[in-house]
Design a protein around this ligand. Structure first.
Ligand SMILES: NC(=O)c1ccc[n+]([C@@H]2O[C@H](COP(=O)([O-])OP(=O)(O)OC[C@H]3O[C@@H](n4cnc5c(N)ncnc54)[C@H](OP(=O)(O)O)[C@@H]3O)[C@@H](O)[C@H]2O)c1
Length: 262
């Protein structure tokens, strides 16, 4: 890969991207962070030529592609406050922010590469399994972003901002919401002195079944069967956790109503 890539940000995605480029034998050329101390965990994935900077004027760096990996709420102001090299393609990686955040910024070539995966610095995974969704403001940039993305992962597709937002919402439901329920389940088990690991085969089979026969077909449990006796017993166990009890009741109603329709 000939392109000089820089990353803005030092969070979870920035970390895994820097690591991926290093694994590909092409360490990033620039890392833009708010303070240089934040670059320390990235050092194993950088080389002597990598520029680490906290400057907002990046105009003189010879970077071809600048990937903004900062918090969604900071993307727009970060773009407004930064001077980018004229010839660079500037992209963000957010599922929820439209490509139009780049409008009226003076940046000529811009786009989005959204990786549909959950990234945490503490957990390794195979980047080649990550689907990447690309959008660009012109044909030539689109072509370059598709080629760039295929270096990171073979699973690359074009997607508009509108569809990306819906995909992101679905991802929040499938990943963030189910993980929050795992955390609640973990608390309930530990209240009884039981290990979260006990749920692993069940959790793995749930995912397998949902993708094999479809989540609607895969739904089981007391709410699907309309078993109010069991539901009452469970709600009684939660009498000291009103918030969790409400979630249990809400999800039970949702499952019961959807089961009636199917
Ligand atoms: N993590 C994922 O699973 C995932 C998946 C797909 C896409 N993405 C996208 O990747 C991007 C980064 O997400 P992340 O999860 O890596 O974030 P993160 O781990 O929460 O890190 C946030 C980063 O944003 C920086 N930041 C926050 N406020 C800022 C501001 N006002 N100005 C400049 N920098 C600021 C932080 O810098 P400081 O440390 O200096 O505060 C930090 O580098 C987001 O657009 C997100 O939607 C993330």
């Amino acid at each position: 890969m000939q392109k000089k890539v820089a990353i803005v940000g030092n969070g979870n995605l920035a970390y895994h991207l820097a690591k991926r480029f290093w694994e590909l034998g092409h360490p990033i050329s620039g890392l833009v962070v708010r303070s240089e101390a934040k670059a320390v965990p990235f050092k194993p994935f950088l080389n002597d030529e990598t520029v680490i900077t906290s400057a907002s004027n990046l105009a003189n760096h010879p970077w071809d592609l600048i990937l903004i990996a900062v918090a969604d709420s900071a993307i727009s102001s970060m773009i407004q406050q930064t001077i980018f090299p004229k010839s660079a393609i500037v992209i963000h990686a957010s599922g929820s922010q439209p490509m139009s955040v780049f409008h009226a910024t003076g940046i000529q070539n811009f786009g989005v590469v959204y990786p549909l995966q959950t990234f945490s610095k503490q957990k390794d995974f195979s980047f080649s399994e990550v689907p990447l969704f690309v959008e660009a403001n012109n044909r030539a940039t689109e072509e370059q972003l598709l080629n760039f993305s295929k270096i990171l992962s073979p699973k690359v597709a074009l997607l508009s901002s509108d569809k990306r937002l819906r995909l992101h919402m679905a991802a929040v439901m499938a990943c963030n919401f189910s993980n929050a329920l795992y955390a609640i389940a973990e608390d309930q088990l530990s209240a009884a002195g039981l290990d979260f690991e006990l749920l692993r085969p069940l959790m793995e089979e749930t995912v397998q079944k949902a993708v094999t026969i479809g989540p609607k077909q895969a739904q089981t449990g007391p709410a699907t069967r309309g078993d109010s006796e069991i539901i009452t017993k469970h709600l009684n166990l939660l009498h000291q956790s009103p918030e969790i009890k409400e979630v249990y009741q809400l999800l039970t109603n949702l499952i019961a109503n959807r089961s009636k329709k199917n």
